[in-house]
Design a protein around this ligand. Sequence first.
Ligand code: TXA
Ligand code: MG
Length: 317
Amino acid sequence: MNFTALSEPEPEVLAKAAQLLQSGSLVSFPTETVYGLGADATNDAAVQAIYAAKGRPSFNPLIVHVDRLETASKLAHFTPEALQLAQAFWPGPLTLVLTRVPTCPLAQTVTAGLPTVAIRVPAHPLAQALLAQAGCPVAAPSANTSGALSPTTATHVQNDLGHKVDLIVDGGSTQAGLESTIVSAYDTPCRILRPGPIAPQDIQSVLGYQPEFASGSTAIEAPGMMAKHYAPRKPIRLNATDLQTGEGLLEFGQSGLSAPQCRNLSLSGDLKEAATNLFACLHQLDHMPITGIAVTPVPHIGIGIAINDRLQRAAAT
Ligand code: TXA
Ligand code: MG
């Protein structure tokens, strides 16, 4: 494993990363949301290596990353609404679940045998450059052991999967901090399978209606939306209004609580900043000498919906 500690990787690093992808190796790279664990999505063995490295159940399909809409349209059928969403939010933190076209070259393992495929065009310049150079669609789940906290820095990837990845492209901390919003758009009305940086109101402004969230019973469509996910090793207590002995504190805004071991998602109460900081704060608290993590309430609006989604899954037992 080569660890390239460069905030702006040199052309040789990107060329090496692209070459590794083409030869079926695993490369971790930054996106604007979290770090991905990438492999050539048309190479069945490479895709299987992703599942093995993450310890991910084979029934949980992966997101395919491409450089632009035109490339995506060779993989899946775009409904009029899907096209509207892609034009509005790509490149960016939106994943569309669409029907595979009959000529789709993706390995069956990428989509876990489903007739649909999750696709996104990431905005991060390093991800863009890598996809363009590799010239293949890249399957990339978040670069963490299945069920564990998502990585927002190269160090997070290194600590969790370092020995299982061929190269980590280091682009510093990711900006959005939460995984992409997943929208099922193969039929109408569209539905949100996973809340994320693109809020329901953003989608409403494009489609003219606010998509519903897929309920728990339809979550089979997004097998990764398991109740327990994104979990630190320490127990999490949500909507805390007090502190129990031994607990560390994860605070949003000025809660009035204080603890010796404490992180604040956003002192000024900014939800976007809180999203950016969420996983890094949880990673840090997880390594502190505390028995659990008390989390103060986060407003359930805009990207706060996605923050609460991740916190609830992290807290699930
Ligand atoms: O921001 C992101 O989306 C990051 C970065 C690396 O791009 N990727 C990511 O991938 O979060 P992952 O594998 O951790 O989450 C993919 C989610 C899972 O919940 C999976 O079940 C769902 O997408 N998914 C994939 N294909 C699907 C499909 N055909 N239908 C429904 N859900 C699907
Ligand atoms: Mg994940």
